[in-house]
Design a protein around this ligand. Sequence first.
Ligand code: HEC
Length: 175
Amino acid sequence: MSKKNIIFVLGIATMVFMLSQGWVFAADEKIKPLKPVPKAYANKHMPRGWWTDLKIIKEGELIFHTTVLEYEFKRKKRMAKEGCSTCHGIDPKKDRPKKRGSPDFRISERVNRFSDSYWFWRIFEGVAKTRMPAWKEKLSEEDIWKVIAYQHTWSHGNKPAEHDHKEIEHSVEKR
Ligand code: HEC
């Protein structure tokens, strides 16, 4: 093979690899398998009736858009000035979450898999080594359920809905 052909073949191989890794399109929207929920959170459940309670959802909306939190990322102190929407809010021009790497909660394939315990755990403790901060010192358990009830409407055309999906992954850590 000539040098030119080798470079061509390597170029194609690199492109195929990047596409398969989701590096080129929709890098943020790769839907990964969920981590198992730690045992301590296995019994955390949405209070009865809250998924569709309009008053609760309204309170969750306020928390989602206004809670201020100081957090650390890459060893620097930062501020989430507009609550969860600082990162998960939708950038109106780009039609994607404001901060890179923040999941888009409008995508039902993602959200339909979350058990309530998984959802609670991720917000309570945050996700280590990512921008997602822990909210346990800022929000009460009730606040977290309210915010979840609100966030859930995003994957249902912004309407309240029960969270009954066959895809829900209930896996809990052994030990
Ligand atoms: C500073 C940016 C930032 C803020 C503020 C933030 N998040 Fe996140 N969030 C992220 C990122 C980044 C991830 C993805 C972490 C990962 O890679 O697993 C994430 C992940 C999540 C997940 C897990 C999604 C999954 O697929 O496992 C949930 C649930 C979540 N956020 C809810 C919230 C809620 C509710 C709030 C507000 C109380 C909030 N986030 C505030 C950046 C943020």
